[in-house]
Ligand binder design. Structure first.
Ligand SMILES: *[C@@H]1O[C@H](CO)[C@@H](O)[C@H](O)[C@H]1NC(C)=O
Ligand SMILES: *[C@@H]1O[C@H](CO)[C@@H](O)[C@H](O)[C@H]1NC(C)=O
Ligand SMILES: *[C@@H]1O[C@H](CO)[C@@H](O)[C@H](O)[C@H]1NC(C)=O
Ligand SMILES: *[C@@H]1O[C@H](CO)[C@@H](O)[C@H](O)[C@H]1NC(C)=O
Ligand SMILES: *[C@@H]1O[C@H](CO)[C@@H](O)[C@H](O)[C@H]1NC(C)=O
Length: 302
């Protein structure tokens, strides 16, 4: 028996209108615009990312249903807590989000947060991070006189901070965890409880496992630039760093790259290492600059 509504043109019209919407929703569910997790940096907090959220939402016209979580932990002064502690705290908040994301998630990790994210990625054996976007993060360490340094350690300058940083007391302050004095490399290797371990520069029984875990990411996107003003040298955002003469040696000449200590060279050989260098962006502007978002971030959030 023929149903009375078959051939009803008004219903057909509704279907034609709804169909694209339905498809878009299905695309979000099936193809999956993966949840994005944002980890903040030194002295900032989740409220600093309103522009980034807006950029992602606007991109949502083509990326329907993207769920962004800016993790609200270790804000402001609490960001000085040691990085292993932050890794554990952020991990606890992030893990459930990963478990709810069948197709995986993306990380956008800003400044010091980029080092926290590396700690998470290295120590979490079942993470499902696709893009790890490192947004002006001192990945190769920090050595510079900046306003941040003056504020945290007013009695110190870059040339004498090693006295404090390379002690067990110093290592309880986040910035000392990645302070890398090119004139005191032996002390750095002996005392850095975070970066030297993560980089595999100091022998560590977990290094092989950490490398395997880290390499679960689909790609690493390194964003930074010469007008940053905080990350010193700015090339640290690209895994470049000072030699003993304070001359910058680029990533591909660095020991940690050449010896593939934690997977950088492997990522590069896989074609999964993206570098995005922009002039004209100050440190606190990276997450709020739409040019940077469009050129270096948006396309990796699919
Ligand atoms: C976004 O993700 C959070 C954390 O997993 C979850 O609680 C929330 O329900 C999600 N929102 C949507 C709209 O999917
Ligand atoms: C490094 O640590 C070892 C063992 O604790 C110690 O003997 C050595 O003097 C330290 N070297 C430096 C440069 O601090
Ligand atoms: C190595 O991993 C184990 C288990 O995760 C952990 O208990 C231990 O502290 C790690 N060792 C180092 C040197 O980080
Ligand atoms: C540093 O400079 C000195 C003196 O100019 C030079 O002899 C030495 O080879 C340089 N070291 C490096 C690592 O470039
Ligand atoms: C945004 O980035 C562009 C490209 O590097 C730069 O020219 C511009 O000055 C930046 N704007 C701000 C407000 O940082």
């Amino acid at each position: 028996m023929e149903e009375p509504w078959i051939g009803d043109s008004s219903r057909g019209g509704a279907v034609r209108v709804l169909w694209p919407l339905l498809l878009a929703c299905l695309a979000a569910q099936v193809i999956g615009y993966k949840p994005v997790i944002v980890v903040h940096g030194l002295f900032d907090g989740s409220s600093d990312f309103v522009n980034l959220l807006r950029f992602i939402n606007e991109a949502n016209v083509t990326h329907p249903g993207t769920n962004v979580s800016v993790i609200d932990l270790f804000d402001r002064a609490y960001s000085l807590q040691p990085l292993w502690k932050q890794v554990e705290g952020f991990k606890e908040a992030i893990y459930p989000i990963m478990q709810n994301a069948a197709d995986g998630v993306h990380f956008i990790c800003y400044s010091q947060g980029g080092l926290v994210c590396r700690g998470i990625l290295s120590t979490l054996s079942d993470h499902n991070v696709n893009s790890f976007i490192s947004l002006s993060s001192p990945q190769a360490g920090q050595y510079g006189d900046t306003d941040y340094l003056k504020y945290i350690f007013p009695q110190f300058v870059k040339s004498n901070l090693f006295h404090l940083c390379y002690t067990s007391v110093g290592q309880r302050v986040s910035i000392c965890n990645y302070w890398k004095d090119p004139h005191h490399q032996d002390m750095y290797l002996n005392s850095s409880d975070y970066l030297a371990l993560l980089d595999g520069e100091r022998p560590n029984p977990n290094a092989t496992m950490w490398k395997k875990n880290f390499l679960r990411i689909k790609r690493l996107v390194l964003i930074g630039g010469p007008d940053d003003g905080v990350i010193t040298p700015w090339q640290s955002s690209q895994f470049g760093f000072y030699d003993a003469n304070e001359t910058v040696v680029e990533m591909k000449q660095q020991d940690i790259y050449l010896r593939d200590m934690f997977g950088l060279k492997t990522l590069d050989a896989r074609g999964d290492l993206v570098q995005c260098v922009f002039p004209g962006v100050q440190h606190t502007m990276w997450h709020s600059n739409e040019t940077v978002f469009t050129a270096c971030i948006q396309k990796w959030l699919t």
